[in-house]
Structures are given as C-alpha cells and as structure tokens.
Write a protein that binds this ligand. Structure first.
Ligand code: ZN
Length: 285
C-alpha cells in the first residue's frame, strides 16, 4: 500500500522504502531528453552517448528508487535497442535478420545482485558488441561522421575514401544507398546545417561565401530548404523555435528515418543551385 505527501511516496509498512517525487521527475526528464537526443545521433554517436548517459541520472537513495530506476532503464534500453536496430534495416537492402535486441536486457533481470546503472552499462557493452558484429558499421556511416566532425576540411571523394579505407566507387554507392546523395552534397548540407547558428549573428554574405555560395540568392534558397524558413525570418524567431529548427536540420544529417525522398530533393536541387551559382559567377566575369 502506498501513501503520498506531495514530495514523497512511501510504501506503508516498509521503512525506508520511499520514492522522492523530485528524484522521479528528474529521472523521467533526463530519459525523455535522452530519447530526443538519440534521434539526432548516428549509431557511433549513440554508443558514446549511451555509455555516458547513466551519469546524468539522479542517484537512487532507497531500495524502491533502485527498483524503479532499474525498470525505467530497462525500458529505455529496450526501446533504444529496437530503434537502433530498425534504423539499420531502413537503409540496408536486407529487411530482416536474426538479431534480437531484447536478448541483451538480461543484466537487468538480476535485480538483487546488480545496481541499475551497472546493469545499464552491461547492456550497452553487450548490445553494441553484438550489434556491430552482426551489422558492421558501414563505410558511409564512418565517412559521414568524419565529414561532420571535420566539416571545415577540404574533403573530396578521394580523401574521404582514403580516410575510411575504401574505394571511391564503394563510398559513393554506399552514400547514395544510406544518405540518398553524393558525399559532396552531404558535405554541403553539413556545412549549411553547421552554419545555422552563424546566420543569426554574422553577415549573410560572409556566411554564404564561406559555404561556397557566391550569390546570396542561391544561398537563401538552400537555407530555406534546410531551415524551412527564410534567413530573415530565421533571425527573428524565438530561441525555442530556433532550437527546434536546428534539431530537425541536424536530424537530416544522421538519422535514417528522414525519408530518402527528402534527401534526394535536397541533393538534386543543391547540385542545381551550385551549378547555377557558378554559371552566374562566370557570366559576371
Ligand atoms: Zn538486423
């Protein structure tokens, strides 16, 4: 039987078995933020994020809080595993396989002998070890990450394929399959997304030029397609809305749930715009 005094819920008849409501809401809050963050990350980043994730959670102080944390983390891990696995199949030709994400939840079932955070860490290790064995990280995923990490580097298909130790044609084919665009269009998209923040404070011409756009008009068009609003409108939006737009744009870079059609639309028009930009520039000279 439970009794509740607003800030704390106690299991009557079990001394010390209490759940602080502030602790509970902070854990739920972190998990919701974590789930949101994971939609923006690719699987390499997701692994790093999940390894550090338990440290962001408030520490349980009673057996009841420990039990609740164990159940919540188990559910969080289970849903994350299913989501990461189904994402891999969205971008691969193979539509199903024998990999069962839930098998790795076993550490949580030894409730008495293992702390919730230790169980979560054991799940992260076991899950990714097997996940990476059954679904090796593709060259396109590794190349996309290299581009995002060092987007100011002057990448071309050759340097990028050397970076991920593959051939140029394998890289281009893999990129088309997973990201629906060429590595070059992807680099352009990454730079544009990374420049969203700069647009708020810097001169538009300067940002456009740094991104390789010689005409402000073409930059404005590319910007609108990524942000969904014009540069002028973007600058006047409240912070919350700006964050939503930036998150959605970042999702385009790493999350396969963005449809291939959206990516193709970006890709073909980006190529057209840059070509138009070059033509206009040549005509002026
Ligand atoms: Zn699979």
């Amino acid at each position: 039987m439970f009794s509740c005094w607003g800030h704390q819920m106690t299991i009557v008849g079990s001394p010390g078995c209490y759940i602080r409501s502030a602790w509970f809401s902070s854990v739920i809050d972190e998990m919701q933020k974590g789930a949101g963050r994971l939609t923006l990350l690719d699987r390499i980043e997701a692994h790093t994020f999940l390894t550090a994730f338990p440290q962001s959670l408030a520490v349980p102080r009673s057996p009841a809080e420990e039990l609740l944390l164990s159940l919540l983390l188990q559910r969080f891990a289970g849903e994350t595993g299913i989501a990461l696995h189904s994402r891999v199949h969205e971008s691969s030709r193979k539509k199903s396989c024998s990999f069962v994400p839930c098998v790795f939840l076993q550490p949580f079932w030894k409730v008495r002998s293992i702390k919730p955070v230790a169980a979560f860490n054991a799940w992260t290790d076991a899950f990714f070890r097997r996940f990476d064995e059954v679904h090796p990280i593709s060259v396109a995923t590794r190349a996309a990450q290299a581009v995002r990490r060092r987007y100011e580097h002057s990448w071309d298909v050759l340097t990028l394929s050397k970076e991920v130790r593959t051939t140029a044609s394998r890289l281009v084919n893999g990129f088309r399959r997973e990201y629906g665009m060429s590595p070059r269009d992807y680099l352009r998209l990454v730079r544009l997304v990374m420049a969203l923040e700069r647009v708020r404070h810097d001169k538009i011409e300067a940002v456009a030029l740094d991104l390789g756009y010689r005409s402000r008009k073409n930059f404005a068009r590319a910007f609108k397609r990524v942000a969904g609003v014009t540069v002028t409108d973007f600058r006047t939006l409240p912070t919350e809305q700006l964050e939503r737009i930036t998150d959605a744009a970042q999702m385009m870079l790493s999350a396969p749930q963005v449809t291939a059609r959206t990516r193709m639309a970006w890709s073909s028009s980006a190529t057209r715009e840059v070509a138009a930009d070059r033509r206009a520039h040549r005509a002026k000279r």
